[in-house]
Design a protein around this ligand. Structure first.
Ligand SMILES: [Zn+2]
Length: 430
């Protein structure tokens, strides 16, 4: 090797060493041993008393009883608490806030993007502190592609929040969504991207994926004017083309469908999850079971909207609440895979557990509610090899809650520790 090249190489290596010395060193975190009263592992319906969990780096490395304390390990005792996987919100909108604070139309039309984004940042933090370490966010509702930036800011640890799977703008049939009620022909900001025809829907799917969408959200039905019932919007051919384009790109498809016909088309189109499903029939839920399409009932949204309209939660529920619970019963009976997703954003972020309480109140055993919110959602969203259960090798997204959520899912409201990727976000004081 000529001496000049050798010298350059030496200088280059010195530069590399100097650069490395300037880099902030990753915190040489000691292993952490978590010692709760019991572990719900996300899979088994009964909790495991006396289990402990060892975390090293961002991973779970050991699970079981009487784990030896490695030299230098930090020990976190969690007496009386159940350790479990970080929960996965299946249907959220971090760019919305409760409709009793500001109606949806006014959020879409009058709130500047920066305001909506700042609020979303605060709502992401509230979500994480409530024990939801992952969220599938199904549309910004007029806030464009801002969810992509929020997802990335969280991933880069610029702001705290759950790991996010984002849908960006979502896709609706032209003229079917809102806001509504303006001079015809005047362009009004919309809550989602409008399409008509196969070419347009495929272009929208590809455009959203190019912009950063992890999941594609379609509206199979909606009400054309306020006060009208929901009616099918996208045709079967449109949805089939959208699903093909999304699946080619490795993205799953989530579909808002309230009507039986909307659900029928979504199932036939081969979508991955169906949201709401209020008018679902036994046959449709059976078909979802057969095709492995998961159901996000969003019971908490039906409940919240009924309360905003004056129901006090007592006595005979309004028809919309009864219908939602009835659909959930049909899905349970049919063995439809049950997603846990509440449409949070309609109600306050950080109270995501409302959906779990509603699922339990509708008759799903608490352990099954917990499975839906952990390993179930991880499976439906393609995250099973990383998240959703307490198992060596998986990411250390772990929470501890006071009491036993396998007996009463409402215990998940009492979060005493949150760990995300091995980093303690909040923990009991020593
Ligand atoms: Zn929604």
């Amino acid at each position: 090797m000529p001496p000049s090249i050798q010298r350059m190489k030496t200088l280059f290596c010195r530069a590399i060493v100097a650069f490395a010395a300037c880099m902030p060193l990753p915190a040489m975190a000691a292993p952490t041993l978590l010692r709760p009263a019991q572990v719900f592992d996300g899979v088994d319906a009964t909790a495991h008393p006396g289990w402990q969990v060892l975390v090293d780096g961002d991973r779970i490395v050991a699970v079981g009883t009487n784990l030896p304390v490695p030299a230098g390990a930090k020990v976190i005792d969690l007496p009386g608490a159940t350790l479990m996987p970080g929960m996965i919100e299946g249907h959220g909108h971090l760019f919305l806030h409760p409709y009793n604070e500001t109606p949806w139309d006014d959020q879409v039309l009058h709130e500047p993007l920066a305001l909506r984004t700042a609020r979303a940042v605060a709502q992401a933090r509230a979500t994480l502190l409530a024990g939801f370490t992952t969220e599938r966010d199904l549309g910004t509702e007029g806030a464009g592609f801002a969810d992509v930036g929020l997802r990335d800011a969280i991933a880069q640890a610029i702001v705290p929040g759950p790991r996010m799977l984002v849908a960006t703008r979502a896709i609706v049939a032209r003229g079917a969504y809102g806001p509504k009620g303006f001079e015809p022909g005047v362009p009004i900001p919309q809550g989602a991207e409008e399409v008509s025809g196969i070419d347009e829907i495929v272009r929208a799917v590809r455009g959203q994926i190019a912009a950063g969408a992890d999941v594609v959200k379609l509206y199979a039905d909606y009400h054309y004017q306020r006060g009208e019932p929901s009616r099918p919007t996208l045709t079967l051919a449109e949805m089939t083309a959208a699903v093909a384009a999304a699946h080619d790109a490795g993205r799953p498809v989530a579909v808002h469908a309230v009507t039986a016909e909307g659900m029928r088309r979504a199932i036939a189109a081969g979508v991955d999850t169906i949201e709401h499903g209020d008018e679902g029939t036994p046959e449709l839920f059976r078909a979802m079971h057969d095709k492995g399409i998961a159901y996000c009932a969003t019971l908490a949204a039906s409940d919240a909207i009924a309360r905003y309209r004056g129901w006090n939660g007592q006595g005979t529920p309004p028809a919309a609440v009864t219908e939602a619970v009835h659909a959930f019963h049909l899905a349970m009976t049919a063995g439809t895979p049950l997603c846990m997703g509440g449409d949070v954003g309609v109600f306050a972020h950080g109270t995501n557990a409302r959906e779990m309480e509603q699922m339990q109140a509708a008759g799903l055993p608490p352990a099954q509610v917990l499975i839906a919110a952990t390993s179930g959602n991880a499976r439906f969203f393609g995250l099973r090899d990383k998240l959703g259960s307490v198992k060596p090798g998986l990411l250390a997204d772990l929470i501890a809650v006071a009491g036993d959520p396998t007996r009463d899912a409402a215990a998940v409201r009492h979060v005493v520790m949150v760990m995300k990727g091995g980093t303690v976000i909040t923990a009991p004081r020593d």
